[in-house]
Design a protein around this ligand. Structure first.
Ligand SMILES: Nc1ncnc2c1ncn2[C@@H]1O[C@H](COP(=O)(O)OP(=O)(O)OP(=O)(O)O)[C@@H](O)[C@H]1O
Length: 366
């Protein structure tokens, strides 16, 4: 078990720009930390710095309290699981799983026991004599997991391990990884650009953009309490609606609606109003004092029990997540409502959250 501390860590490749500019991040002992963010934001670079596969340009990295900036990868007691499985094609499943222990001169009996235990846990017991070419993608990824597991390292690193699997297998493998973590309690760092994966696996999630930490917290705290528009847009499916509104010190106004908010008198004349798609309800079912807004239906995506309704209204676009019991046709007008306490507010320029006494996370939904 181990904790990992980044202290003002920067990374620059050759003469390029700073890929990671001054990262401060604490990964706690035994937690499952997910690094999430758009392609190219530096997630893999951060992971590879922990593994020792990438040098650190400045700052300090500590694992279990020891500064590891110059420690070679083999001395870090870390196991990494990659997207492409990285199995040896000429070796059996057993030998692939045993390899890391053999090169560390583990006793033969111990290797046998550890591999068989891991194979049992991962449902690979019947496949130990197969070669990687005879395995499905999901089985290959379980072998890659098993190979990491048998080493019983102080840290697991995962670099988008599920991105080559189809949707159903991804869900299955997510629960395998989650169960393993509950069982072993090993500090884990997991890179993905999939926010659903991040939400379901992470004890905490670090959201990155262009190498910078946007926010770190539990999945629920990031969803309920985003610090900025980037996090608000990243967490939640579909993401939060962000509507440009004008603020005259008494009301927030846009083509859609007028919302009394005298408490924002000291704020800018233009703000962004954030409203989660799942906080919109049919006007007919909402309390009379909730603000109404209506729009023309552009598109309806059915999710089975629910649907995503895309509305066009006064130049602004909006998505609502509604119970899927009604049939709509594009072009139809739909009237919706929301709890006025459910809105988030952000500065336009910086995207930073404007915090008020109103707690949107506690707002009711019909
Ligand atoms: N070896 C390298 N040499 C130069 N630049 C690199 C190198 N590796 C990564 N980069 C650059 O660093 C930035 C971050 O890359 P990184 O792979 O860490 O991002 P990522 O968030 O993991 O992306 P993805 O989700 O697409 O894998 C990118 O702009 C990338 O082009």
């Amino acid at each position: 078990m181990a904790n990992i501390e980044f202290r003002n860590v920067s990374k620059r490749y050759d003469d390029g720009p700073l890929t990671v500019p001054g990262l401060d991040l604490d990964i706690r002992d035994g937690e499952f930390m997910v690094l999430v963010g758009p392609s190219g934001c530096g997630k893999s670079t951060i992971l590879r710095m922990i593994a020792g596969l990438e040098s650190i340009s400045s700052g300090d990295l500590y694992i279990s309290g020891h500064r590891v900036n110059d420690l070679p990868p083999k001395d870090r007691d870390i196991a990494m699981v990659f997207q492409n499985y990285a199995l040896y094609p000429h070796m059996t499943v057993f030998d692939n799983m045993a390899f890391g222990l053999r090169v560390r001169n583990f006793p033969k009996l111990g290797i046998e026991r550890r591999v068989r235990e891991a194979a049992e846990t991962l449902g690979l017991a019947d496949l130990l004599q197969r070669k990687p070419a005879q395995l499905s993608g999901g089985q290959s990824q379980r072998v890659a997991l098993g190979r990491a597991m048998v080493r019983d390292p102080q840290v697991f690193l995962f670099d988008e391990p599920l991105s080559n699997l189809d949707a159903e297998l991804r869900v299955q493998m997510r629960s395998v990884i989650s169960r393993l973590h509950r069982q072993l309690g090993t500090t884990s760092v997991y890179v993905t650009h999939d926010q659903v994966e991040a939400m379901t696996l992470g004890t905490r999630i670090a959201i990155l953009n262009q190498g910078r930490l946007m926010q770190v917290g539990t999945p629920l705290s990031l969803y309920n309490d985003p610090d900025n528009t980037f996090v608000a847009g990243f967490m939640g499916s579909p993401p939060m609606n962000l509507l440009p509104v004008t603020n005259d010190g008494r009301h927030l106004t846009c083509a859609l609606l007028q919302l009394p908010r005298a408490d924002l008198a000291g704020q800018g004349a233009k703000l962004l109003l954030g409203l989660r798609p799942e906080k919109l309800v049919y006007a007919a079912t909402a309390p009379a004092n909730w603000p109404r807004l209506s729009g023309e239906i552009e598109l309806v995506e059915s999710l089975g029990a629910e649907m995503l309704v895309h509305l066009q209204t006064g130049g602004a676009q909006l998505v609502a997540r509604l119970p899927g019991l009604r049939v709509f046709t594009p072009g139809e007008t739909l009237q919706l409502a929301f709890d006025p306490a459910a809105v988030y507010l952000f500065e336009v320029e910086s995207g930073q959250r404007i915090r008020t006494d109103i707690n949107p996370a506690g707002a009711a939904s019909c």
